[in-house]
Design a binder for this molecule. Structure first.
Ligand code: 5GP
Length: 194
């Protein structure tokens, strides 16, 4: 596999990485395209097939694992598999795009290991685990059980921050957005227009 740059945003659930990734995708000079992951978790609210995720069954997911179709995959939560299909990155590279990922910490580090030169791996740090809990509750897309599961995982994930190329503290959203924009612009080699 060969092509443009890979930009990874990883963070505990609720840290604001999705907001940051969406903001960056709007900056046309960065020439970014979103890597749509495959997942076996159920579709939430307004999520669209092929836009947010490729929604597949656990058995379809396991077939892809068998065929070695994934660049990386994780059982992020029990029976909720998430993975980056090699075909997805190949497709976006063929379009001449830099690929941006919103994936979990383990997956992010795995891609970084496979493509050390092409990858910028950014960790988004929430103000605190308590604040994370508040944000996840506000989002109210999941049950208390699922929120607690995400919080438990967050503490483990926070410890991996030093393994990333850069850490952005998302204490103030505008500051975090600017910082992310600057980092990515520098990495892909363009001057910022904003
Ligand atoms: P959610 O269920 O909130 O959409 O995602 C749960 C977690 O899975 C998030 O941390 C998200 O970034 C991560 N995730 C999404 N896609 C992938 C993927 O392809 N690979 C890995 N390893 N994690 C992913």
């Amino acid at each position: 596999m060969k092509g443009g740059k890979l930009i990874i945003f990883s963070a505990p659930s609720g840290s604001g990485k999705t907001t940051i990734v969406r903001h960056l995708l709007k900056q046309s000079e960065l020439n970014l395209a979103f890597s749509v992951s495959a997942t076996s978790r159920p579709r939430r609210g307004k999520e669209k097939e092929g836009e947010h995720y490729y929604f597949i069954t656990v058995s379809e997911f396991k077939q892809h694992i068998k065929k070695d179709d994934f660049l990386e995959w994780e059982e992020v939560y029990r029976d909720n598999f998430y993975g980056t299909l090699k075909s997805e990155v190949e497709r976006l590279w063929a379009e001449g795009k830099n690929v941006i990922f919103d994936i979990d910490v383990a997956g992010g580090l795995r891609i970084k290991k496979k493509f050390p030169k092409e990858t910028l791996a950014v960790f988004v740090k929430p103000p605190s685990v308590d604040e994370l809990k508040i944000r996840l509750k506000k989002r109210s897309t999941e049950s208390d059980d699922k929120i607690n599961m995400r919080i438990a995982k967050a503490s483990v994930e926070l410890a991996t921050a030093p393994q990333f190329d850069k850490v952005i503290k998302n204490y103030d959203l505008d500051t975090a957005l600017n910082e992310a924009h600057e980092l990515v612009a520098e990495f892909v080699g363009v001057n910022q227009t904003e």
